[in-house]
Design a protein around this ligand. Structure first.
Ligand code: CMC
Length: 424
């Protein structure tokens, strides 16, 4: 059986043979299909990239039908159980889990970068007191490019590595700053003796004049959530990271663009939207009425549905389990009953069954975040911090890929043909 596709162009009667590699044909192979010499050639039309691969990647694999998620071949369930977030970040970047020596070197490299430049701290008073934490985060990440002009040398792998360490090191502090700015609280200096998640919790919640020790269960739960959010192949924000990176913009600018893409309620902003939705529903007896509105197309059931997963999102399953451990410490979030009942009703309802809509990563994460004391505006920031590792791994892969060029889709122009402006 030949790995080719035979195409007959019924406009001309001509036949073409196009190779199939890794289950795909190359869109450029269609360009030869023309009706005349001056014809541009056949294109594909794929709004929202529903069936177009934009890259070859070795980082993350998803089987949406079976609910499988692998980072560099390792199942997400095993990584969540046996690894730390920093190990996973190293895995995503380098392709292998670190050895003991590598772990030590990598952890030191990240801890050495925990403190963003003093100049970026001075930007904080410029933001309104009630600024959305994600708006502050996106701005602070973008502003970093002005402090690190050397980051422009994106074709130099060593230089890229330096910026990657800076970004992974800096983002917890930037997220914590956004939170403390909203509350008018003084900033807390990083503590290099703590884990990545533990230090972040301390920078957020340490009270003036009092020591802070992260609760080990909450610290581990946050680390697991970070692992689950670290990468998810070519989603909207990663596509933004690669798209901006493809013009050889510096990584701080690219990552600010990726974080901005994540902010939207259809993507990383969904965790915030889920919690607002659960608060609006308020009690289980109001669920049927809400489901009616969803089915009438008035609102979406936030935290449900996914472009790739057409079965239960494996991350949602792990989060649901982690929630029990967190609630054992913090007390049960009363909205959990609403979420569980909402899920039960939705999974039995024909509307959701027919469309294969299942809970995604955002459905339960907000309940944990809220129980841990995070305000809803921080939820997308809690997604962006770990996704930084994924965005940078994807960016580094892009920069190493000889097939990549500046991202520049085609369009089908359907506007007016050439016409003259009336003479007045
Ligand atoms: N509630 C109600 N109906 C839905 C939902 C939902 N959450 N999601 C999809 N549908 C319906 C949609 O109306 C459409 O119905 P019809 O065929 O009758 O027009 C059908 O299901 C297919 O939906 P789609 O919008 O074409 O699917 P998509 O692949 O373009 O969108 C999605 C994927 C995640 C944007 C969408 O499911 C959604 O808006 N979900 C809610 C937001 C959310 O939870 N986002 C987080 C995604 S996971 C974390 C991340 O990666 O950021």
């Amino acid at each position: 059986m030949a790995d080719t596709l035979t195409i007959i162009d019924n406009r001309t009667g001509r036949q073409y043979e196009v190779p199939i590699t890794d289950g795909a044909i190359r869109a450029m192979d269609l360009r030869q299909i023309r009706t005349a010499d001056d014809d541009f050639g056949l294109m594909t039309y794929d709004p929202a990239f529903q069936n177009t691969a934009s890259c070859r990647s070795r980082i993350t694999f998803i089987d949406g039908d079976k609910g499988v998620l692998l980072y560099r071949g390792y199942p997400i369930e095993q990584l969540a159980e046996r690894s730390s977030f920093l190990d996973v970040a190293c895995l995503l970047l380098d392709g292998e889990l670190p050895t003991a020596d590598q772990r030590q070197a990598w952890t030191s490299a990240i801890t050495a970068q925990q403190r963003p430049p003093a100049g970026s701290e001075r930007l904080l008073p410029g933001f309104p007191r009630d600024a959305h934490a994600m708006g502050v985060f996106v701005s602070l990440v973008g502003a970093l490019s002005t402090y690190y002009p050397d980051a422009k040398k994106v074709t130099d792998p060593d230089n890229r590595r330096r910026q990657i360490e800076r970004l992974i090191g800096h983002v917890p502090a930037l997220g914590a700053w956004a939170y403390r700015h909203n509350r008018g609280l003084p900033l807390v200096e990083p503590d290099p003796s703590l884990s990545y998640a533990g230090n972040f919790l301390r920078m957020l919640f340490k009270e003036d004049g009092r020591e802070y020790e992260p609760h080990p269960v909450l610290e581990r739960a946050l680390d697991i959530l970070f692992i689950l959010h670290a990468d998810h192949e070519q989603n909207c924000s990663t596509n933004a990271m690669r798209g901006i990176g493809s013009s050889h913009a510096d990584p701080f600018s690219s990552l600010a663009g990726a974080a901005a893409a994540l902010y939207g309620p259809l993507h990383g902003g969904a965790n915030e939207a889920v919690l607002r939705m659960l608060l609006e529903i308020g009690s289980t007896d109001r669920i049927p009425e809400f489901i009616k509105r969803v089915k009438a197309g008035e609102v979406r059931l936030m935290g449900f549905g996914h472009r790739v997963y057409k079965s239960y999102d494996p991350r949602a399953r792990i989060i649901k389990r982690t929630a029990d451990e967190v609630f054992a410490v913090t007390g049960r979030n009363p909205l959990l009953d609403v979420a569980i009942e909402l899920e039960r009703i939705a999974l039995e309802d024909e509307y959701f069954v027919k469309r294969r809509l299942y809970p995604n990563v955002d459905f339960y994460s907000g309940l944990i975040y809220q129980a841990m004391g995070f305000p809803v505006e921080m939820f997308p920031v809690l997604f962006a911090i770990p996704r930084t590792a994924g965005w940078l791994s994807q960016w580094d892969e892009l920069m190493r890929d000889p097939e990549q060029k500046i991202a520049r889709p085609r369009q089908l122009y359907v506007g007016p043909s050439r016409r003259d402006v009336p003479e007045s």
